[in-house]
Design a binder for this molecule. Structure first.
Ligand code: 13P
Length: 253
């Protein structure tokens, strides 16, 4: 089955020249990729360059969006601006934005609504901050954290088609730590999220909604995460802008 691989560049690389080199890598190595779907989400200042350079096998994503198409909002980027650059995906509610920019659940909810209104696909990030023993999936507090995040983020929303939304399970402790969540736990937590989706929306949506995993994905472990039965793909952070690691990843897909 085709899997979704989203590359979140975060705030890297530091220059347009380096960004171009990375886009060329995507262009070159994505040509042979048949079934998997690649989404490149660079910093917004590089989006238009990415659109020109990543090639037609890769799709474009943004790392943030404002929740209105209004004029008076210094420094922000509107859904319509992203649409005009042919971006299709937007990462929303990443733990780094929640923590350092104080992005609240209400903001996350408003951003998802804005995306759906303008036909952008939100990639909603959820995940617990601390590692709970080994079996996170049976931890009541992990379940509570995830369900609360989902409840708030999707409050008042009707998700009709599985292609309208992507949920990314990103345990915060696994991000940038070199220690990904255990594969079996990821499988169980994705199943837990599907259970929530079935209760809140429908069984049918729960079965088909793409739910992906993010946190310390690299060339060595990516295939095992892509093989997960319950999982629809991965969200890659650091490895997206590390040229050697990126080439190794793209060669494996
Ligand atoms: P790392 O792959 O660097 O752990 O980052 C994951 C992430 O935050 C992707 O959104």
């Amino acid at each position: 089955m085709a899997k979704l691989i989203i590359f979140n560049f975060k705030m890297a690389p530091a220059s347009l020249i380096e960004a171009r080199e990375i886009f060329e890598i995507f262009n070159k190595f994505s040509k042979k990729i048949k079934s998997n779907k690649l989404v490149v989400a660079p910093p917004s200042v590089y989006l238009s360059e990415a659109k020109e350079k990543i090639g037609d096998k890769c799709f474009l994503g943004a790392q943030n969006v404002f929740w209105f198409n209004r004029y008076s909002m210094t420094g922000e980027i509107s859904p319509k601006m992203l649409k005009s650059l042919k971006a299709q995906y937007v990462i929303i509610g990443h733990s780094e934005r929640r923590e350092y920019l104080k992005e609240t659940d209400a903001m996350v909810n408003a951003k998802i609504k804005a995306c759906l209104k303008d036909n952008l696909k939100p990639v909603l990030c959820v995940g617990e901050k601390e590692r709970r023993d080994k079996d996170s999936a049976s931890s009541i507090s992990v379940k509570k954290i995830l369900f609360e995040q989902l409840n708030h983020a999707l409050q008042g929303l009707q998700i009709k088609k599985p292609s309208d939304l992507i949920i990314a399970y990103e345990p915060v402790w696994a991000i940038g730590s070199g220690k990904p969540q255990d594969l079996k736990e990821v499988e169980k937590i994705i199943a837990l999220i599907r259970f929530w989706v079935a209760r809140r929306f429908s069984e049918k949506l729960a079965k088909n909604l793409p739910i992906i995993y993010g946190g310390s994905i690299n060339a060595q472990n990516i295939l095992s995460f892509l093989d997960l039965k319950e999982g629809a793909g991965v969200l890659v952070g650091g490895a997206s802008t590390n040229k050697n690691e990126l080439i190794k990843i793209l060669k494996k897909l």
